[in-house]
Design a protein around this ligand. Structure first.
Ligand code: NAP
Length: 331
């Protein structure tokens, strides 16, 4: 009898211990799960950033449609839908970034060559949104590669937002490996959080990756229904690198054709959404981050409203079948 009570007592102690442990575990694991897009967390997985594993296969990044973010291999979260600012004047850019932030968007893509980094920075600083929730991407242009350290300082000064969330090399070019190493150094110094590449394809990546230490967190290339890069996307994603598409609507001068495409318009009509939303949703379901360009606040809001419908496999296939390998720019 006495033994039975001792055994009940021990089981009770073990149970309480387990419950306390489980609760702690739950509290700890829920801590980084922010409901809204955020890049606030401390980097968690540095396995790839510790590097020398650039060519290794690892698991493809998974989009979280609840938080609308993806976890980068640098350990930072990035929103999966945002705004591109190519061809936007300073005033348009300031107003567009402001409209994006007011509408709940948190991801902005700019570049040295767009000439509007300062306007992006001003809109970020003027907004009520905490800096940590906003994710700004900028890029070094090839004519800056020879003096990349200086160019990084220039970008930091123009943006004036404490740190750069993501910096990309805009195109392959002379001294690109050296420029990438300068970005790696800036990561170590806490000036840049994540780094990546733009307009690098299979051949370029195969040659480039073994020469650098930090695996790129992201590659940004032209992707739209008429130019789908179906061979490049899995090659990049299988390395644990996030894919981001530019010209989602084909780029200026081509948008009418894409947005008016019969297949896309038909699917849009079925869901009571726009062709633009179908194209962006198709990208997201392929785990491609979208940064549509716009200076129209209505479009900016519309381009964020992508989470109330889901394309079926058959609809995805119908859009996949539109691929024509039709590149709309030379790079
Ligand atoms: N890494 C690279 O080499 C590279 C190259 C090109 C672009 N990019 C980046 O990718 C971003 C996207 O490309 P992009 O801006 O050139 O072209 P895009 O996003 O394919 O198209 C922009 C055009 O689409 C219109 N648009 C936007 N939302 C719309 C909507 N909901 N309904 C109807 N029309 C809409 C815009 O007009 P409104 O202003 O009237 O909305 C604008 O004329 C750029 O802004 C840039 O950040 C990167």
């Amino acid at each position: 009898m006495k033994q039975k009570w001792i055994s009940i007592l021990i089981s009770g102690i073990l149970l309480i211990g387990c419950l306390t442990g489980c609760n702690n575990g739950a509290a700890n694991s829920s801590e980084p799960e922010s409901a809204s897009p955020s890049s606030t967390q401390t980097p968690t997985d540095t396995s790839s950033s510790e590097g020398k594993n650039s060519g290794e296969k690892t698991s493809a990044p998974v989009f979280d449609f609840e938080s609308r973010t993806v976890m980068l291999n640098s350990g930072y979260e990035m929103p999966i839908a945002g705004l591109g600012t190519y061809a936007l004047s300073d005033e348009e850019c300031y107003n567009s970034v402001t409209a994006l932030l007011e509408a709940g968007g948190r991801l902005v893509d700019t570049a040295h060559i767009y000439g509007n980094e300062a306007a992006v920075g001003r809109a970020v600083r003027d907004s009520d949104v905490p800096r940590e929730e906003i994710f700004v991407i900028t890029k070094l242009y090839p004519n800056q590669f020879a003096n990349a350290e200086e160019a990084i300082e220039e970008a930091l000064a123009k943006l004036d937002i404490e740190y750069i969330d993501m910096m990309l090399l805009h195109h392959p070019g002379e001294n690109d490996v050296e420029a990438y190493k300068a970005m790696e150094k800036a990561v170590e110094e806490g000036k840049i959080r994540s780094i990546g590449l733009s307009n690098w394809y299979v051949e370029e990546l195969t040659e480039f990756l073994p020469q650098v230490t930090i695996t790129p967190a992201l590659v940004q290339n032209e992707i739209h229904p008429y130019y789908q890069e179906n061979d490049v996307i899995p090659f990049i994603q299988e390395k644990g690198i996030v894919m981001q598409g530019w010209y989602p609507f084909g780029g200026r001068g081509h948008t009418a054709e894409l947005l008016g495409d019969e297949v896309i318009s038909e699917i849009a009509e079925d869901y009571g959404v726009t062709s633009a939303q179908v194209i962006l949703r198709w990208n997201l379901q392929k785990s491609v981050v979208v940064i549509p360009g716009s200076s129209n606040p209505d479009h900016i809001r519309e381009n964020l409203d992508l989470f109330g419908f889901e394309l079926t496999d058959e609809e995805m296939e119908r859009i996949n079948a539109l691929d024509r390998g039709e590149k709309h720019d030379w790079y």
